[in-house]
Design a protein around this ligand. Structure first.
Ligand SMILES: CC(C)(COP(=O)(O)OP(=O)(O)OC[C@H]1O[C@@H](n2cnc3c(N)ncnc32)[C@H](O)[C@@H]1OP(=O)(O)O)[C@@H](O)C(=O)NCCC(=O)NCCS
Length: 185
């Protein structure tokens, strides 16, 4: 039997963590991998709260680190279910970094994690419908729905592009590229 629909607000989740020196890269800024790991955790918690069952990460979109995060900053990751399909959920994550001395907050990135709910049999499980209570909820749902349609069309085009590689025309195709062609067909 299908679970009852749930509002967006019930699964909204925030994780906050202090950026310690061991998280830094060779340039002294926080490793992108540390932030990705935190994003995956908050996406998992948020999706699982909504689905009521274990969720796995299937794809990640729009990971661009717009501003570096410094050691000593307090990073908060705000996650919200933006969209649900039959068994998948799109979780939007906004990452903000607070300088605890100056109280200045910067927005470092917003990303979207697609998660799939799994049942006890390890197969994709149907997730509850999403109750959209605010204008923002509706806007995000429609946006995610459109992105899902565009992604599906792009995937088809990418599959075509990959299946029709004209190696025999390489000298013409690659003449303006930054490569040295030593293979002669
Ligand atoms: C995700 C997974 C369950 C999909 O399995 P599948 O047999 O393709 O299942 P389905 O075709 O029924 O798809 C299930 C849902 O995933 C979605 N999906 C599948 N591949 C996707 C992709 N690349 N991007 C976005 N959504 C995807 C489908 O659209 C479907 O959503 P819907 O039910 O809301 O329409 C399977 O690939 C898996 O278990 N992957 C490993 C995930 C994991 O372990 N992640 C942790 C990181 S290692």
């Amino acid at each position: 039997m299908e679970q009852p629909a749930r509002p967006v607000r019930l699964s909204q989740t925030t994780i906050t963590e202090l950026m310690v020196p061991s998280y830094a890269n060779f340039g002294g800024k926080i490793h992108g991998g540390i932030l990705l790991s935190l994003m995956d955790k908050v996406a998992y918690a948020c999706a699982t709260k909504h689905a009521g069952t274990y969720c796995v990460t299937v794809s990640v979109e729009n990971v661009e680190f717009l501003q570096p995060v410094e050691v000593g900053e307090l990073v908060s990751l705000h996650a919200s279910v933006n969209y649900v399909g039959r068994t998948s959920l799109v979780v939007g994550i906004r990452v903000e970094s607070l300088n605890v001395r100056t109280s200045v907050i910067k927005h470092t990135n917003s990303s979207f994690f697609t998660m799939v709910a799994k049942g006890d049999d390890d197969k994709p499980a149907v997730v509850p419908k999403l109750i959209l209570e605010t204008r923002e909820d509706v806007k995000r749902f429609i946006e995610a729905m459109r992105v899902r349609e565009v992604k599906s069309a792009v995937k088809d085009q990418m599959d075509d592009a990959r299946s029709s590689i004209e190696v025999d025309q390489a000298s013409e195709l690659l003449k303006n590229e930054r490569c040295v062609l030593q293979y002669i067909p």
